[in-house]
Ligand binder design. Structure first.
Ligand SMILES: NC(=O)c1ccc[n+]([C@@H]2O[C@H](COP(=O)([O-])OP(=O)(O)OC[C@H]3O[C@@H](n4cnc5c(N)ncnc54)[C@H](O)[C@@H]3O)[C@@H](O)[C@H]2O)c1
Ligand SMILES: [Zn+2]
Ligand SMILES: [Zn+2]
Length: 393
């Protein structure tokens, strides 16, 4: 089959690789019909290289048609249309019983002391072959795959794999008070959906980005925006919009590669030039993130407000302004999304009347799998209006 493989920094290619097969009774094989590129994939493309091997299959936002199931898989059968959550969870361990699926104790990568395995996401998360491919082997398929109805284009349900539950969790963790306000930093796919979900739930939302078409997309969904390219003191602007206080809550939907952190960018680049074994050790003990946005979040949130981090961070030696965090009494929640925890909340908004979250207006590019290399580049460089790219194997 054809699959998108990581080859090195800013280098992915489409390769012919062996078809996956059922290896465990709890496996399923899914023929992928749509599979998206995520902002998280851009971290692999650029700074997390030391944790990948050449040839690793990328991708964690797939959906498709079940081809084959192991004997232990009963809730789906060949021919069913399914979406695959990005985290791999068993559904029956201590963590899964508490709906903390991103920490599943059956699939945790114990040798790395990291949480549940993820599709297509480095040795830190189990090095499981990902879903930007014609076929995907789904481990723990007795629990993971989400059956979705027929009769709509894939994009109606595709984002259940990651974007929608991640954004739903980000908004939930932001604990916006009733009738309160939230700033969303970053208007990539995650930020767009955070903004729409928070607005749908009744919050006043301010979105921040510096890419014109991303600001425009938020605006056409009724979100008030601040252009970080024009205003270099975004927290001050937002205080000016909120009687000097800042918004009740703030969501960081940017993560470790924020624009405007030149020192940390240089450090990330320097680490990327080391041999892999050395680089991964440096990142595990002394890695730093680009913290411009996280610092803006701390500055923007009102006193005793809540910060929700859905942008991925990986630094182990990040200097943070604890004086300000402690004095302001800031609360912070973060983590990988517990995808299946939120599906029952979201599904009615996808199957009911209309399209209240506007999922039909997120993808900007739908292309054959073969075009993955150029689309990774466009998405990373934010060229050609790329906001969300859906590959069609
Ligand atoms: N927690 C989870 O489970 C989870 C799941 C999916 C994605 N993520 C993470 O969420 C983040 C966003 O993902 P995405 O797919 O939307 O990615 P993306 O790269 O498309 O979006 C990031 C956005 O941040 C903007 N940005 C960069 N610097 C900024 C600054 N200084 N001020 C304001 N905006 C700035 C960029 O212009 C871009 O629009 C990534 O870090 C990704 O890894 C987390
Ligand atoms: Zn993703
Ligand atoms: Zn589990």
């Amino acid at each position: 089959m054809k699959a998108v493989t990581w080859q090195g920094k800013r280098n992915v290619q489409v390769d012919n690789v062996p078809d996956p097969t059922i290896e465990q009774p709890t496996d399923a094989i899914v023929r992928i019909t749509s599979t998206a590129i995520c902002g998280s994939d851009l971290h692999l493309y650029e700074v997390l290289g030391p944790f990948l091997d050449s040839g690793d299959i990328l991708g964690h936002e797939p959906m498709g048609i079940v081809e084959e199931v192991g004997t232990g898989v009963t809730h789906i059968k060949p021919g069913d249309r399914v979406v695959i959550p990005f985290n791999i969870a068993c559904g029956h361990c201590y963590m899964c019983d508490h709906e903390l699926f991103a920490q599943c104790e059956t699939t945790q990568t114990y040798d790395q002391d990291m949480g549940a395995a993820l599709f297509g996401y480095t040795k830190l998360y189990g090095q499981v072959p990902g879903g930007q491919a014609e076929f995907l082997r789904v481990p723990q398929a007795q629990f993971g795959p989400i059956k979705v109805p027929e009769g709509t284009p894939d994009e109606r349900f595709l984002y259940l794999s990651d974007v929608l539950p991640t954004s739903w969790q980000a908004v939930d963790y932001a604990s916006v008070p009733k009738g309160g306000s939230v700033t969303v930093f970053g208007l990539g796919p995650i930020g767009q959906m955070c903004a729409r979900i928070a607005q749908y739930q009744g919050a006043r939302v301010v979105g921040v980005d510096l890419v014109p078409e991303r600001l425009a997309m938020a605006r056409r969904h009724g979100i008030q925006v601040v252009d970080a390219a024009e205003d270099d003191d975004v927290p001050e602007i937002i205080r000016g919009m909120t009687e000097g206080r800042g918004t009740d809550s703030v969501i960081d939907a940017v993560g470790m590669e924020a624009h405007g952190s030149p020192g940390a960018k240089a450090a990330q680049t320097a680490v990327g030039l080391l041999p892999d074994a050395v680089a991964s050790r440096v990142m595990e003990t002394g890695g730093v993130d680009r913290l411009a946005v996280l610092n803006d979040c701390i500055d923007t949130v009102r006193r005793s407000g809540t910060i929700s981090l859905s942008g991925v961070y990986g630094g182990t030696a990040d200097p943070l302004n604890l004086l300000k965090m402690f004095d302001k009494g800031v609360q912070i929640r973060m983590g990988q999304a517990h995808v299946k925890r939120w599906i029952d909340d979201i599904m009615p908004l996808l199957t009911g009347d209309g399209d209240p979250l506007g999922v039909d207006d997120l993808a900007t590019h739908r292309v054959p799998l073969d075009q993955a290399p150029e689309m990774y580049e466009k998405f990373q460089k934010k060229e050609d209006g790329a906001i969300k790219v859906v590959l069609k194997p």
